[in-house]
Design a protein. Structure first.
Length: 624
């Protein structure tokens, strides 16, 4: 039998349910402009009926209802859409970051014509051309020196500009890593709070919103995916590795790189292993610093190193107006003082490495002559070594081109005396030094007896830099140059002896009798001819190729970054708008909900008033 006061309880439940619904709608309105907030809805269900279907139930025609109850308060959220946004967001910020920094790089290369490196180099070549016409002119020599100084200053300035952008990116990396670590800690702390809240039966909607917002922000910094198949353990993965697992988060740390850059590499603090990121702002920043900008600086260094080396090679063999010879036109700073390039690489006090930049063979070659021998050269490459075969019918030029077209980090050409020159390039890997020949080996005789570079063949006669006095593997009389200090574009300058006395500028060569002729401009002609000579500046064959490639490369990559950013931004706008249409707060809709539940509240209150009147009649008036 039903209770006399059951109607009061039924009305109370209705009032409480309508009150919860009105409060939730008000909560939605209050957070209409809160970032990451999802609108909430009260899930209402009927309360359990009075009678259960067993033998004790009263004989009544049907169950008697007991009103309404609030089952839960849930967020309106599309989890599949959320996962797609998290997975896609890293690409938007990746391309945005690249676009922003490539805008800076484009500004560096978009120099006014009268101060650009290319313009000043053209003027430098023209001054040598003028000197070759008037080799006895002091004014022409002064023009060579002055334009040379202007050129070196513009090269120094470009290096400083590129280094400045690289330092800016490095600072941005440190700030972004701190953001990632902080977000990971916050997500882990929220995970613990959410588990506690769910443990007592609550629906921590606001905490879930806060966690989803933090995951969204994290997904813009690194390439993350989320996994919450276990309701009590929410996980965040970065490129397949766990970043957050429940209430535990991992931290990204820094470790100084083993090179002269002064930059740190990223590591996982708990394991000490290198940390790699393929997307997001952090992935873009690391790639910009360690690949893109590093490559631009390396290309500038390669051009500078080869440019100075080629000019010096002619100038030191020529003679000035004051009969001085043997002077380098540009100053080059060797990496080590040891004449054989020996260096203590691991810091244990023992010389264990040879830093050599250039080998020049002893034999004069004819580039059109067939070599008449065969074998396989093994040279250091971007990922270990590369094998380069040569055959009887190959000409010298064919073999040289085969070396230069390979992915070896050694380039070859014939110098002014038609001797084979092998030069080291910059290294793709940061673990290997720039401008250091690491390995040269030949199973045949092209690099040994034929060109006069190596003393022997095979593994036993190979040159390998991982030992002191590695130059002992070179043939007798082979000239070699010690590797320069890192970043020659930062310090290149004209020899002070030439700056102090322009008569030291060499325009001609000594005659067989040892005399100097005032009208001899052969050296100046040779130096001026370097401008259009195939000199293999890295992967570019001439200096003009270098400048054309540099500007084109930066422009195309900047265009690619901007185009992809606009594309990804459009995709993300569509996804976010879709999520907003599902989870966002609509003020008009919430006001309509409030009005609906207000009517329900008023009706429930009226019901209680009526029931109260009925009880009053029974208690106070029945039987009077």
């Amino acid at each position: 039998m039903g209770s006399t006061f059951s109607g009061i309880e039924l009305g109370k439940r209705s009032i409480m349910a309508q009150t919860d619904a009105i409060t939730t709608a008000g909560h939605n309105i209050a957070n209409a402009n809160t970032e990451g907030y999802s609108r909430q809805r009260v899930q209402i269900k009927e309360f359990d009926p009075l009678y259960r279907p067993d033998m004790t139930r009263a004989e009544r025609p049907g169950q008697i209802g007991q009103g309404v109850d609030v089952q839960s308060i849930t967020r309106v959220r599309d989890e599949l859409l959320d996962k797609r946004i998290v997975a896609q967001a890293n690409q938007e910020t990746y391309w945005q970051t690249r676009s922003d920094y490539y805008t800076m790089l484009e500004q560096i290369y978009n120099e006014p014509d009268d101060i650009s490196v290319r313009f000043n180099m053209d003027k430098f070549w023209e001054s040598w051309q003028e000197l070759s016409v008037n080799p006895e002119s002091k004014a022409a020599r002064q023009a060579v020196v002055t334009r040379g100084q202007t050129l070196t200053e513009s090269i120094n300035q470009r290096w400083e500009s590129l280094k400045g952008v690289s330092d800016l990116v490095d600072g941005d990396i440190e700030a972004t890593v701190k953001q990632v670590n902080d977000l990971a800690r916050q997500i882990a702390a929220l995970n613990a709070s959410i588990v506690e809240s769910k443990g007592v039966g609550d629906s921590p909607n606001d905490l879930l919103d806060r966690r989803d917002l933090l995951v969204d922000k994290l997904s813009q910094l690194v390439n993350v995916t989320v996994d919450h198949r276990d309701p009590d353990e929410f996980e965040v993965h970065v490129d397949g590795l766990i970043l957050v697992q429940g209430g535990i988060s991992r931290e990204i740390g820094f470790q100084l790189r083993d090179d002269d850059s002064g930059y740190n590499k990223l590591i996982w603090k708990d394991t000490g292993k290198d940390a790699f990121f393929s997307g997001g702002k952090l992935g873009a920043l690391v790639e910009l610093r360690d690949v893109d900008i590093r490559n631009e600086i390396q290309q500038l260094n390669t051009m500078t190193m080869n440019f100075a080396d080629l000019v010096n090679d002619v100038h030191r063999n020529a003679v000035g107006a004051n009969k001085v010879t043997g002077l380098d036109f540009f100053v080059q700073h060797p990496f080590v003082e040891n004449v054989n390039g020996n260096f203590d690489r691991n810091g244990d006090g023992t010389l264990d490495t040879s830093y050599v930049f250039r080998f020049t063979g002893t034999n004069e070659l004819d580039k059109e002559q067939q070599v008449g021998i065969e074998g396989v050269m093994t040279l250091a490459s971007t990922d270990g070594t590369v094998e380069i075969p040569y055959y009887h019918t190959d000409t010298v030029e064919t073999v040289i081109n085969r070396i230069n077209d390979s992915n070896s980090e050694v380039k070859a050409y014939l110098d002014r005396n038609n001797h084979l020159v092998l030069k080291a390039t910059t290294s793709v890997s940061t673990e290997n030094p720039d401008f250091v020949i690491r390995h040269v080996e030949d199973s045949g005789y092209f690099l040994a007896n034929y060109s006069g570079v190596l003393a022997g063949t095979g593994v036993a006669g190979a040159y390998d830099f991982n030992q002191a006095d590695a130059v002992e593997a070179l043939a007798a009389g082979t000239q070699f140059g010690v590797s320069p200090v890192y970043n020659p574009s930062a310090y290149i300058t004209i020899n002070s002896a030439i700056q102090n006395d322009v008569q030291n500028v060499a325009a001609g060569f000594l005659s067989p009798s040892g005399d100097v002729f005032a009208g001899d401009g052969r050296a100046a002609v040779e130096i001026a001819a370097i401008r259009n000579t195939s000199v293999m500046v890295g992967s570019m064959r001439t200096f003009d190729d270098f400048f054309a490639d540099s500007v084109t490369n930066v422009g195309l990559k900047g265009e690619q970054a901007e185009t992809n950013h606009l594309s990804q931004a459009a995709i993300m706008d569509d996804l976010r708008n879709m999520r907003e249409s599902i989870s966002g707060v609509n003020i008009d809709e919430e006001l309509a909900e409030i009005m609906k539940f207000q009517h329900g509240y008023n009706a429930a209150a009226k019901f209680i008033t009526v029931w109260d009147s009925l009880i009053d009649t029974i208690i106070n008036r029945l039987g009077v």
